[in-house]
Design a protein around this ligand. Structure first.
Ligand SMILES: [Zn+2]
Length: 331
């Protein structure tokens, strides 16, 4: 949870006071960074009660036609077009619903939404309502992959701890992942959900051959990671990033430590890793690090599991490091 208020324009998008030379057709031109400020405020207008319901009361509001009784969520109409524009009245609706389609999953979002990825986006019909509401979807079982949430899956509305009165104040998770009290609770918050103990995929017992494969892959990964550590481009990919990662494979396990530009592989068990990677075949991870296919693809294709959804960003950084090393070799 952030204690400091976020800025409308994130710090990283604000350029330094600086100048540089650009050479065009052999002539040098001086360019300086400058700024132009434009901010605006936007009203939610007649939808204000709906968004205030989300922000202040953790309520989901719909509107009910006083003639035909149709309940629409969100309450995007004040008068029912089916009943000659009879006024509708606000009603509170239940916070459990059914997916009315299988949600696509976004892994690589635009910069605006990348901090939320991977997420699903789909439409839910909440109990007692007649229209579907578009929601963001997550799982508590680790990385969100296809198959966890489908058409017909029952989901629960969850409220973010920090809410400002936007649709992103809420998201849904499958009810199958929650306890009965959580499903029944109105206004369940994200901090009331256990995101920390997803069910790790079980690894089969290692044979001697598996251990040999692991030893071979480990030696290669060790050399690739030390190459990354010495590569300027790759170091930039993890600038300001700190993660202790426990990697588990069929033949053995090791740690990858990322620390603001530094990366190293250590053959030890971490007591409190930031997240866990399970790659049954260590060569899946090795191939990614060696730039023979993306690790992110292996995650999406369920060949490699990670314990925290948001750490897809770290996996993405590892792919970038692999690419940086490959590019340096070409140059
Ligand atoms: Zn009506």
């Amino acid at each position: 949870m952030t204690t400091q208020k976020e800025k409308v324009i994130p710090e990283k998008y604000i350029p330094d006071v600086d100048s540089y030379i650009e050479t065009i057709d052999g002539k040098d031109y001086l360019i300086t960074n400058d700024a132009m400020y434009t901010f605006y405020r936007r009203t939610k207008g007649e939808f204000s009660p709906f968004f205030l319901g989300l922000r202040d009361e953790k309520k989901l509001l719909g509107c009910k036609c006083t003639k035909c009784g149709l309940v629409r969520v969100p309450p995007f109409l004040t008068h029912c077009p089916d009943c000659n524009f009879t006024p509708t009245e606000p009603v509170e609706v239940e916070q459990v619903g059914i997916m009315n389609s299988t949600p696509p999953i976004t892994y690589f979002a635009t910069s605006l939404f990348q901090h939320m990825a991977p997420y699903g986006r789909g439409r839910v019909i909440f109990k007692g309502t007649d229209t579907a509401m578009s929601v963001i979807l997550y799982t508590t079982t680790g990385i969100l992959v296809p198959g966890i949430i489908k058409k017909g899956t029952e989901v629960k509305l969850v409220f973010r701890d920090n809410r400002i009165g936007e649709m992103t104040d809420v998201f849904c998770v499958p009810t199958a992942e929650l306890a009965k009290e959580q499903i029944e609770k109105k206004g369940l918050q994200e901090s009331e959900i256990n995101w920390e103990s997803p069910v790790e995929p079980e690894l089969p017992r290692a044979s001697d051959a598996d251990v040999a494969v692991y030893e071979g892959a480990l030696a290669e990964m060790r050399s690739i990671i030390s190459e990354m550590d010495a590569n300027e481009r790759a170091r930039k990919d993890i600038a300001g990033w700190k993660r202790d990662i426990q990697v588990k494979t069929r033949g053995g396990q090791f740690a990858v430590i990322i620390d603001d530009g530094d990366i190293k592989l250590e053959e030890r068990d971490l007591t409190s890793p930031d997240f866990i990677v399970v790659s049954e075949d260590p060569r899946t991870l090795l191939d990614g690090l060696a730039y023979r296919g993306a690790i992110t693809d292996s995650v999406i294709n369920k060949k490699l599991w990670i314990s925290k959804n948001m750490e897809f960003n770290t996996i993405f950084k590892l792919d970038r490091m692999a690419r940086s090393v490959a590019r340096s070799k070409k140059a």
